[in-house]
Design a protein around this ligand. Structure first.
Ligand code: PLP
Length: 400
């Protein structure tokens, strides 16, 4: 008897229904593949929303975790531990920044970025008390805290969670003139995803990010890039901002930083920005813990080789070519950067959810986002043959 239906039922029975997972019950995984409780194998083309950029159970990362588990797992930041400095120094170097502030989840990194930007605004820029404003983009996704959903434009994410945190101005994504017009003397930061992942891998028009950089510099506003999903090799470069040679004032990082093993996020910025925080003003019990630092340092070292960025760029071209061939054959549009793709399925054919269910039946895991859009973000260790396999399964699903 199959174990999947009962396991899906039990999971539904004992949890809040804040997700609508595909009915697959994963029991083990390695590299780009997962195996369910009934022994069926699936190619993981979501990779934990990019948290598994190095694949499941990357041997170097697993070894680092095992070794650290045998030594020290938690101190809190009340004490210094021997894994902390290496992690912060090496991540700062990867980002080209002076300092790093480690947290746990992506949303915490975003909250940290908001707090730092506001404090910088009051203490460095001289914004009047209580007046700091941050410009954000329509269609954003930065996490789920009450402050972050306050400036979401997705009603599912936002409705009935008020009262909302003030101090945010929403402008259309990709519209530089609107962004510039929204900046005033109280604006402390522009907070953007260089590519909007949850929105369906939406790329801004060429020149937009350099334009944002220029405007932020001219108007003495911090450019905060949320690279939590787009960063760390996903797009074929270390950061999505790198494609246009843009260096933000603050990087917000998460997901892949924890190697798919532990939640690790971080803010990276220069000392004139992150230096505004003093003891007692921000923190987290688990942020920068020894286990997290041990794993994340190895993540940074993997990225420092450049191998994963290269793989993502090269294999991304193959993915792009495969998907483009399906435009007009069930797909109406594709957007690809590195190993990250947003696919718009002809809504007359099926919904994104239906497409993902049919892909699952064919042994490929992906996730729908809005309506008929699905997102592919396979581990960067995926092979050419596996990409071809995923594209072939998609073609079969679209052909009905
Ligand atoms: C761009 C971006 N920022 C922030 C987050 C929130 O991260 P977390 O779910 O770890 O809080 C996400 C998660 O999908 C994201 O894609």
């Amino acid at each position: 008897m199959l174990r999947t239906p009962g396991a899906v039922r039990d999971a539904e029975r004992w949890t809040a229904h804040n997700y609508h997972p595909l009915p697959v019950v994963v029991a083990s995984a390695e590299g780009s593949w997962v195996t369910d409780v009934d022994g069926r194998r699936y190619l993981d083309c979501l990779a934990g929303y990019s948290a598994l950029n190095f694949g499941h159970r990357h041997p170097t990362l697993i070894q680092a975790a095992h070794e650290q588990l045998d030594k020290l797992t938690l101190t809190s930041r009340a004490f210094v531990h021997d894994q902390f400095a290496d992690f912060c120094r090496e991540l700062a170097a990867l980002c080209g920044k002076d300092l790093v502030l480690p947290m746990n989840t992506g949303a915490e990194a975003v909250e940290t970025g908001i707090k730092v930007a506001r404090k910088w605004g009051y203490q460095v820029k001289g914004v009047a008390p209580g007046q700091a404003n941050i410009v954000v983009a329509e269609g954003n996704f930065h996490g789920r805290t009450t402050t972050i959903v306050s400036f979401s434009t997705d009603e599912d994410a936002r409705a009935d969670f008020g009262p909302y945190t003030p101090g945010f101005t929403v402008v259309p994504y990709g519209d530089l003139a609107a962004l510039e017009a929204a900046i005033d003397e109280n604006t402390v930061a522009v907070l953007l995803e260089p590519i909007q992942g949850e929105q369906g891998v939406v790329l801004p028009p060429e020149g937009y990010l350099p334009g944002v950089r220029r405007v932020c510099t001219e108007r003495n506003v911090l450019f905060v890039a949320d690279e939590i999903q787009s960063g760390l090799g996903r797009t074929g470069r270390t950061f999505a901002c790198d494609h246009e040679g843009v260096v933000p004032d603050m990087y917000l990082l998460g997901k892949a930083l924890g190697g798919g093993i532990v939640p690790v996020s971080a803010v990276a910025a220069n000392a004139d920005v992150l230096g505004v925080l003093k003891p007692g003003q921000h923190g987290s019990t688990f942020g920068g813990n020894p286990l997290a630092c041990a794993v994340a340092t190895e993540v940074v070292r993997l990225l420092a080789t450049g191998e994963f960025q290269r793989r993502s760029a090269e294999l991304g071209e193959r993915l792009d070519a495969g998907l483009r061939a399906l435009v007009g054959k069930g797909l109406v549009a594709v957007r690809v950067r590195g190993l990250w793709a947003g696919l718009d399925i002809d809504p007359a054919l099926m919904s994104g959810r239906q497409a993902c269910e049919r892909l699952m039946e064919r042994g490929v895991l992906a996730k729908d986002t809005h309506g008929s859009t699905i997102r592919l973000a396979p581990p960067l260790v995926i092979t050419e043959a596996e990409i071809d396999h995923a594209v072939a399964q998609l073609a079969a699903v679209l052909a009905g």
